[in-house]
Design a protein around this ligand. Structure first.
Ligand SMILES: *Cc1c(COP(=O)(O)O)cnc(C)c1O
Length: 408
């Protein structure tokens, strides 16, 4: 068994250890829920204060031009692009993941007019399925069909217009073969839409190298943009060149928004996927967190993420009532570990009371996210020890740990 001293020795030579001080985490907390809501970067409060007091409060409407507000969705998109392996003009920051998925999905259906089926993963984060249902419901004859990723090939017939999959499964932490699946979907004549919510900032995402058609992702998980921070979308340059049409044709996607013309004429390029005024306070917070990401080596993030999840799996497997659900193979693992336990909910609550914050997904999965910028090897060791104590002592049986809030 690995000792705490061995973990401290790993921390001492960790090339990412210096990033821990970039985050304002409370003392006494081991935060293993950065896959759901990333931690607060230290610089964010000052950046948001500056935008509120100076750009908004003092400069008022002038900031649309003078502080670059109008350009912000593009500027942030260019900064996210390297994190998803995209070109600088292929990503824009706007709206939410769900809304962006709606936009790219309808655009994809319009690019495959003879085809009417959208394939999705029946176990996916449900908002993606709800959006696929809503989007196909608007297109004559279109339908959304749910399959498991391992059955995909059998369903890739001549009617499939698009496939929507999550790069990393939000429950199990399983990582899909993004280049391989993209190639098979495209060989069948369909378009591939990736949801990278659980991979961006957790591992290198190679949308461009894989030739992916579209992608959507959120910024409040591993990217630490803050609660409800704006999402992003990616459209491959070759599709942008053909002028794809998205359905939410608002004025920010118009070629000349300040001409106030009655007819819609979309912008060339990625800008046509915008709809409305950007939420600039949320974008300001995201900008602050991307300052941190600019200095991060993605290969070091992936290496440490695998080392942290390996360590945690090694420490907790064999604990009473615990089943490790996350794949052991590195090529199939994201940056979280899911543990099945019949009483997962109260066990997680008891852990949170001890300062180890993970979360729970029904019916029986405890999730622990490992964010290499601010989680250390000793954090992992401490979390595993607390879990072992909670299970051995049975404190999770206390009634207060079974009361459920709105968000689990
Ligand atoms: C977190 C997450 C979302 C979030 O959707 P919002 O519209 O931004 O609330 C969507 N899809 C997946 C796979 C997620 O993990």
């Amino acid at each position: 068994m690995v000792t705490r001293e061995e973990c401290a020795a790993l921390d001492a030579v960790d090339p990412l250890a210096a990033f821990r001080k970039e985050f304002a985490l409370p003392d006494g907390v081991v935060y293993l829920d950065g896959n759901s809501l990333g931690a607060l970067p230290v610089r964010t409060a000052e950046r948001v204060r500056q935008v509120v007091e100076e750009e908004w409060g003092r400069e008022l409407i002038r900031s649309w031009n003078d502080a670059g507000w109008f350009e912000q969705p593009y500027r942030l998109g260019r900064r996210i692009a390297p994190l998803v392996g995209a070109g600088p003009e292929e990503v824009v920051v706007c709206d939410t993941t769900s809304v962006n998925l709606f936009k790219v999905l309808v655009a994809a259906l319009r690019l495959r007019p003879g085809r009417r089926t959208v394939l999705g993963d029946g176990e996916a984060f449900p908002t993606d399925l709800y959006i696929a249902e809503g989007a196909t419901g608007l297109v004559e004859g279109a339908r959304s069909v749910l399959v498991r990723p391992e059955e995909l090939d059998r369903h890739l017939d001549g009617d499939v217009a698009a496939v929507v999959l999550s790069h990393v499964d939000y429950r199990t932490g399983e990582l899909l073969d993004l280049p391989g699946i993209t190639a098979r979907v495209q060989a069948a004549g369909a378009l591939m839409i990736w949801d990278v919510c659980h991979s961006v900032g957790a591992l290198p995402v190679e949308l461009g190298a894989a030739g992916a058609d579209f992608a959507v992702g959120c910024t409040y998980k591993y990217l630490n943009g803050g609660p409800g921070s704006p999402a992003f979308l990616y459209v491959a340059e070759r599709h942008l060149a053909t002028g794809p049409r998205q359905p939410l044709s608002g004025w920010f996607g118009h070629a000349r928004p300040f001409a106030f013309e009655p007819g819609y004429d979309p912008k060339p390029g990625i800008g046509r996927f915008l709809t409305s005024s950007p939420s600039l306070l949320g974008q300001a917070a995201l900008g602050a967190s991307l300052d941190v990401w600019e200095r991060v080596d993605p290969a070091a993030v992936r290496a440490k993420s695998l080392a942290l999840t390996d360590l945690f799996i090694g420490l907790v497997e064999g604990l009473d009532g615990i089943e490790v659900v996350t794949p052991r193979e590195h090529a199939r693992r994201g940056s979280q570990v899911a543990l099945r336990h019949a009483d997962g909910y109260p066990v997680v609550q008891a852990l949170i009371a001890r300062g180890v914050i993970g979360d729970f997904r029904a019916p029986d999965l405890m999730r622990f996210g490992f964010t290499p910028l601010y989680v250390s090897y000793t954090d992992v060791w401490d979390a595993a020890r607390e879990l072992a104590e909670v299970l051995a002592g049975g404190e999770w049986r206390e009634e207060r740990f079974s009361r459920r809030g709105e968000v689990t």
